[in-house]
Design a protein around this ligand. Structure first.
Ligand SMILES: NC(=O)C1=CN([C@@H]2O[C@H](COP(=O)(O)OP(=O)(O)OC[C@H]3O[C@@H](n4cnc5c(N)ncnc54)[C@H](OP(=O)(O)O)[C@@H]3O)[C@@H](O)[C@H]2O)C=CC1
Ligand SMILES: O=C(O)[C@@H]1CCC=N1
Length: 265
């Protein structure tokens, strides 16, 4: 199976690295093209991928075609590859905010298409990806397309109406979790830790907390209660964070993310 990537930016690279680590396909069976020749050729050479001279050449040589460009150029890029696409190839879009209806409108309404929303943790097999297939993608072909994401982490089949929320609390939220880790780390620096040491402590604590939460099957609120000793330090911190608007600021951030992604196309 040949997998073509149109665009080799941050998200495409995370998926490619995840696939290589999982030995999902041999490196040379991954075909790439992007806007800048020096960029995709250098990246392909570094990992033994196959560089292609155009987007249509990627499509011609691939069974699965991953559309990994930013929303602003989707219309032009799909117009460019439209003639090379056929019902024998599966189009996989990772583009935030672009619906299956829109992708069908940009093509010939007869293509098997998987809309997906991965996150950057796919690079290390810890991805969280939402998928929705159109009516032309069923059975083994659908399973084959989804298996690309199963090789790089967890997969959820969702209704498209849930995609923008999913994108905010998963795709974008990787950055928000890192924002939180960085904030914890800076607090450590404020009290004399080096940034490196404080970040290591904050990151391991975040990793361990997510792991414990999932392993224990408890709710986050129950875990908060276990950590908050009666009359202790943690509850004092929680109350101060609440007073500063922790929950509303997270919700406001998610609201803004959803508003932006639903305005994309
Ligand atoms: N970053 C993330 O965590 C996530 C991103 N996404 C989605 O992934 C998509 C890509 O995002 P991201 O990787 O962050 O963006 P990047 O800007 O890092 O990557 C965009 C890629 O598109 C390429 N490109 C631009 N124009 C063309 C063209 N005409 N033909 C072929 N390739 C082109 C660029 O080429 P070049 O490198 O040569 O400049 C680049 O490789 C977006 O639609 C986004 O919504 C979805 C989930 C998570
Ligand atoms: O920031 C973005 O637009 C993309 C979508 C989800 C994560 N990154």
């Amino acid at each position: 199976m040949k997998i073509g990537f149109i665009g080799v930016g941050a998200m495409a690279q995370a998926i490619i690295q995840g696939l290589l680590k999982a030995e999902f396909v041999p490196a040379q069976d991954i075909l790439v093209h992007s806007a800048h020749q020096d960029h995709y050729e250098k990246y392909a050479a570094q990992y033994g991928l196959t560089p292609k001279e155009s987007n249509t050449a990627v499509v011609d040589g691939s069974d699965l075609v991953v559309l990994a460009v930013v929303p602003a150029v989707v219309t032009d890029v799909v117009a460019e590859i439209r003639g090379a696409l056929s019902a024998k190839k599966t189009l996989i879009s990772i583009v935030s905010g672009v619906s299956l209806d829109r992708l069908e409108e940009l093509t010939d309404y007869n293509l098997p298409i998987l809309r997906s929303l991965p996150n950057i943790n796919s690079e290390f097999g810890q991805g969280m990806t939402a998928v929705a297939a159109n009516e032309n993608l069923t059975g083994d072909r659908k399973a084959q397309a989804i298996s690309l994401y199963q090789a790089t982490g967890s997969v959820l089949e969702l209704k498209e109406s849930q995609f923008s929320v999913f994108s905010a609390i998963s795709g974008s939220a990787v950055a928000y979790v890192d924002f939180f880790i960085d904030s914890l780390s800076r607090a450590g620096v404020k009290y004399g830790f080096t940034k490196e040491m404080a970040t290591q402590i904050a990151a391991q604590t975040t990793l361990g907390s997510a792991h414990s939460l999932m392993a224990s099957k408890k709710s986050p609120a129950e875990m908060i209660d276990k950590v908050s000793s009666p009359g202790g330090d943690t509850i004092a911190g929680i109350l101060a964070m609440e007073e500063a608007g922790f929950l509303p600021s997270v919700i406001k951030g998610i609201d803004a993310t959803i508003a932006k992604s639903t305005g994309n196309h």
